[in-house]
Design a protein around this ligand. Structure first.
Ligand SMILES: [Zn+2]
Ligand SMILES: [Zn+2]
Length: 272
């Protein structure tokens, strides 16, 4: 890593259905990379908690407990979780958090109510208004997550664009959504929640971070200062990818610091 404080606070092990490598291998890779801090954040898709995620969440927690005890050297290892759609099953989200002392909780929206994950949707079937409607609901559900508030950082803002623009090549004019996005930023700032810079887009077709530089600059302009960084790696090779670039983007947007979370409290670190 090029930066002294480079830290990866969003990634997945094989405890996530779409993750490939064991917790132990992910930790080993984090050590090899020389990350300053490493937070593992396996998935819990809250609307499927009872049907699918309850045992996975338990297993991830147990494996992180074991990993914590065997990490040698200077790597700071933190135990996190990515709560998908907590607003769609608040009792599950709260039960998950009440049992365990996580260091870091990401709040994400991967699918809006009554729709599948944005990954699976067919964007060509209906006109462009369909995409705008989906996005309006997406911002609305993000506001629900922020109003709920029991998370630390908002995951990969503009996630739908990874698929709409990146995978399907359909351009989206975010100018129409400027006010809605401002409302998301203002709600985060008021709620003292962080915004995540998700660097997965840099290695995917969309080719930019989620959110990208113009949006990071806007968040800063509105007074946002709390940011976290994550590669969203689902295998060891991707761990740490794009973190250095993400740190440089944050500096370009005006930020001097970013956060890693320890027992749900931000530790501010310089972007160097
Ligand atoms: Zn996610
Ligand atoms: Zn993720």
């Amino acid at each position: 890593m090029e930066h002294l404080y480079a830290s990866d606070c969003h990634n997945h092990s094989s405890c996530s259905p779409d993750g490939r490598d064991a917790v132990e291998s992910m930790c080993q890779r984090a050590q090899e990379l020389g990350l300053y801090a490493y937070t593992l954040t396996d998935h819990c898709e809250c609307q499927e908690f009872e049907a699918k995620y309850a045992p996975r969440v338990e297993r991830a927690w147990e494996e992180m407990e074991r990993a914590k005890d065997c990490i040698a050297g200077k790597l700071r290892f933190y135990r996190g979780i990515e709560l998908g759609q907590p607003n769609q099953n608040l009792p599950a989200a709260e039960a998950v958090l009440s049992h365990r002392e996580y260091d870091f909780v990401i709040g994400s929206i991967h699918n809006i109510r009554n729709f599948e994950d944005f990954f699976f949707l067919d964007y060509t079937k209906e006109g462009p208004e369909f995409i705008d409607r989906l996005l309006c609901t997406y911002w609305q559900e993000l506001l629900e997550v922020i109003a709920w508030g029991k998370f630390d950082s908002l995951g990969h803002l503009t996630y739908p664009l990874r698929y709409i623009e990146g995978e399907h090549g359909i351009p989206v004019d975010l100018a129409k959504h400027r006010e809605a996005i401002d409302n998301v930023f203002l709600a985060l700032i008021r709620g003292e929640k962080a915004l995540e810079v998700n660097t997965s887009g840099l290695r995917q077709k969309i080719g930019r971070t989620l959110p990208d530089l113009p949006l990071l600059s806007r968040y800063y302009e509105l007074g946002g200062r709390l940011v976290t960084l994550g590669s969203d790696a689902h295998r060891t090779e991707d761990l740490g990818k794009g973190i250095d670039e993400g740190m440089e983007l944050l500096r370009q947007a005006g930020f001097a610091e970013f956060a890693v979370f320890d027992r749900r409290k931000p530790i501010m670190l310089p972007l160097k």
